[in-house]
Design a protein around this ligand. Structure first.
Ligand code: CO8
Length: 263
């Protein structure tokens, strides 16, 4: 698929979406969000895609936020509409059944941090900078940032960052649990690919079940979460992967997963 603001590639079950407006530091304008939505349609339709990676084109940025030149022209109704479009899109991203890794290679500000927070986890370059600086524009985060950041790092820390608009380097983001791992810029994509390949080599049914159990369980009490887990576990037992994985262990060989359910 050819796009004006994105590059979308699929290779051996691993899809990579590169935000690609380097002159505007990959800022999210309306056209880019429309293309992003088409990519999510494709990812949902294509069962061969096992992992999705998001990253930024050019040398400096992952995504430097929503496009401020578009925001500046919005009235309240258009602002609400744009925020809702972005929120729905990021919720769709978050609820993809396959794992999504954010490879944050530079500035991830405002909408850039918000899109990364909607991924399953974040690997970052030492050059990456995170933050929700909307307050410095007289705004607040509008693509889910007030919600996802506070759920991830706690309300007090989220309030401090959002009220001050302070941006933070990758290492500090790692200390807060926003980022899983930090790498030298030249190793970032190699390390992300290593993890993506490791995930893609596992059974797609159990990866999906694990993601659903964790995602569905995170906002409910432990007992309800454990019920989700038992149902997800039962789904795995209905897959050829469970038969293959357990037999392979007992036969001391490498499992070959097909990601399919029993006939
Ligand atoms: N929108 C539009 N253009 C941008 C953006 C942006 N978010 N960020 C950078 N650019 C453009 C600059 O205007 C500049 O363009 P030009 O060369 O034509 O002047 C080009 O990218 C390069 O940027 P800089 O020259 O500023 O590069 P620096 O290295 O000096 O600085 C920074 C890099 C620190 C990242 C700086 O560009 C910056 O502060 N950018 C804005 C960051 C920001 O405030 N992001 C939050 C935006 S608001 C938001 O994300 C809200 C999300 C929810 C919306 C809800 C819907 C209503």
């Amino acid at each position: 698929m050819a796009f004006e603001n994105l590059i979308f590639e699929v290779d051996n079950g691993i899809a990579k979406l590169t935000f690609n407006r380097p002159k505007a530091l990959n800022a999210l304008n309306k056209a880019l969000l429309d293309e992003f939505s088409l990519v999510l349609d494709e990812v949902q339709k294509n069962p061969d895609i096992k992992v999705l990676i998001l990253t930024g084109g050019g040398e400096k940025a992952f995504v430097a936020g929503a496009d401020i030149s578009e925001l500046a022209k919005m009235n309240p109704l258009l602002g609400k509409k744009f925020a809702t479009v972005g929120q729905k899109l990021f919720s769709r991203l978050e609820s993809l059944t396959i794992p999504v890794i954010a490879a944050v290679n530079g500035f991830a500000l405002g909408g850039g941090t918000e899109v990364a927070l909607a991924c399953d986890f974040i690997y970052a370059s030492e050059k990456a900078v995170f933050g929700l600086p909307e307050i410095t524009l007289g705004l607040i985060p509008g693509f889910g940032g007030t919600q996802r950041l506070s759920r991830l790092i706690g309300t007090n820390l989220a309030k401090e960052l959002i009220f001050t608009g302070r941006t933070i380097p990758a290492q500090e983001a790692k200390e807060y649990g926003i980022v899983n791992k930090v790498f030298a810029p030249e190793s970032l994509m190699e390390e992300v690919m290593k993890t993506a390949k490791a995930i893609a080599s596992k059974g797609a049914v159990s990866i999906r079940a694990a993601k659903e159990a964790i995602s569905c369980g995170k906002d409910v009490d432990l007992e309800t979460g454990c019920r989700f887990e038992a149902d997800a576990f039962a789904l795995c037992m209905a897959s050829k992967d469970a038969a293959e994985g357990t037999s392979a262990f007992l036969e001391k060989r490498k499992a070959l997963f097909t990601g399919t359910l029993n006939d």
